[in-house]
Design a protein around this ligand. Structure first.
Ligand SMILES: [Zn+2]
Length: 396
């Protein structure tokens, strides 16, 4: 049985030890080196579990395609309509682009990704097929979970619901949704379809909810009601949830209570320019909070790279997390929070967990997060897949 021992590592920045890896899993800690084991020197680096990118859009990143000059209008629908057009004009190939992001993310220590993939009456399920190809081709590098995402709306574009169903049959593992009131303008009809698909295909739900303040709160209450009625506690995520950043604090408190009761997870990108959920407050209420990059360099905006340590810094900045223990909370949204949101089995640093691991260069955990130096080593299922910031496999 092949064993690998990485000496001289500090789990979560704690005491120096060795970690033994066998059959792609963590076998244990301590100085005992099994006979015949291969050994590596961790150089005193901090050992953390693989970073989790819990919300992105790999099918439409423009990574490697040259600079896109953004002259898009201010409304959400301007961005959606422009993107559908640019997909053709620029030739955004979902397989090629998702592969580029997968390899870059892996080199940055991301071992699990949830990606929303556009499904609409123009692209059909081609995006889903492209990202499925990437999921298969790079399965030794990173685990990719696909959300069938009706980016252009569902009920406003007849034929989309059937395509969503086809996406789930092809292998999308989560049913997505988008602004039930703001885009489809029929919250009941929209959520009936989303939750109907979740029930029929026994898949979790992840809904983009950009709707602000009272409108978002109204949609959120409908989502909470359905989650409880269908017994989907623990299976539903609301992404963005900007309405939790609204000013009516009594109303926000009531929503947080209801979300916690329904065990609904919240995904945040910690946006600098929008009201946003207060991460620490949600965590204190027992709500799973995960983080994601959202679009990486796409037609929506020129920002973002898929570095989840950078995302942890943004979560910290947005939420005024300054103390070392608070920086650790920010990192938690990019590790354990994402893993719990996605329901990952065997995630973590305990013996028996999968050896999806990252070695960070840093004096302490907080210092490593804020410095976000190139990752010293990334391991997926017990195999080293990146060193010193470079993936050992290139995107083909
Ligand atoms: Zn998104």
């Amino acid at each position: 049985m092949h064993s690998l021992v990485i000496r001289n590592v500090r789990p979560m920045g704690g005491e120096t030890t060795s970690v033994t890896i066998r059959d792609g899993r963590i076998a244990g800690y301590g100085e005992d080196v099994p006979e015949g084991a291969e050994t590596l020197d961790g150089g005193g680096a901090i050992l953390i579990p693989g970073l989790v990118e819990a919300h992105t859009h790999m099918d439409k990143t423009l990574l490697g395609m040259g600079w896109y000059r953004n002259e898009v209008g201010p409304r959400l629908t301007d961005k959606i309509d422009n993107e559908r057009m640019q997909r053709r004009v620029l030739g955004i190939d979902p397989a090629r682009q998702s592969a580029r992001q997968a390899v870059l993310a892996a080199s940055l220590g991301t071992t699990h990704i949830r990606t929303h993939v556009d499904v609409d009456t123009e692209v059909g399920v081609a995006g889903i097929e492209g990202v499925l190809e990437t999921r298969e081709r790079y399965r030794d590098l990173v685990d990719i979970e696909l959300v069938a995402f009706p980016q252009s709306g569902m009920l406003v574009r007849p034929g989309t619901v059937e395509l969503m169903e086809k996406a789930l049959q092809l292998g999308a593992q989560v049913v997505g949704g988008l602004d039930p009131s703001g885009i489809d303008r029929d919250p009941k009809g929209n959520l009936d379809v989303v939750f109907g698909l979740a029930e029929r295909y026994a898949v979790p739900v992840d809904i983009h909810l950009h709707e602000p303040a009272e409108l978002g709160a109204f949609s959120m209450e409908l989502i909470i009601e359905r989650t409880k009625a269908l017994g989907l506690q623990g299976k539903v995520t609301i992404s963005h949830a900007f309405c939790l950043g609204m000013t009516d604090q009594d109303y926000v408190a009531a929503l947080i209570d209801a979300l916690a009761q329904a065990q609904i997870h919240i995904l945040t990108t910690a946006p600098a320019s929008r009201p946003a959920p207060a991460v620490k407050r949600l965590m204190e209420a027992g709500i799973v909070v995960a983080a994601g990059s959202d679009g990486v360099r796409d037609t929506w905006g020129p920002y973002n790279n898929p570095d989840m340590l950078e995302r942890a810094v943004l979560v910290g900045l947005r939420n005024n997390l300054r103390r070392d223990d608070e920086v650790a909370l920010a990192l938690d949204t990019c590790t354990y929070g994402g893993a719990r949101m996605m329901g990952l089995d065997g995630y973590g640093l305990e013996p028996g967990c999968r050896a999806d691991l990252v070695l960070l260069d840093g004096e302490t955990l907080a210092e490593a997060v804020v410095s976000r130096r190139p990752r010293k080593m990334v391991m997926k299922a017990g195999k080293v897949i990146a060193r010193d910031g470079a993936a050992l496999i290139a995107a083909s």
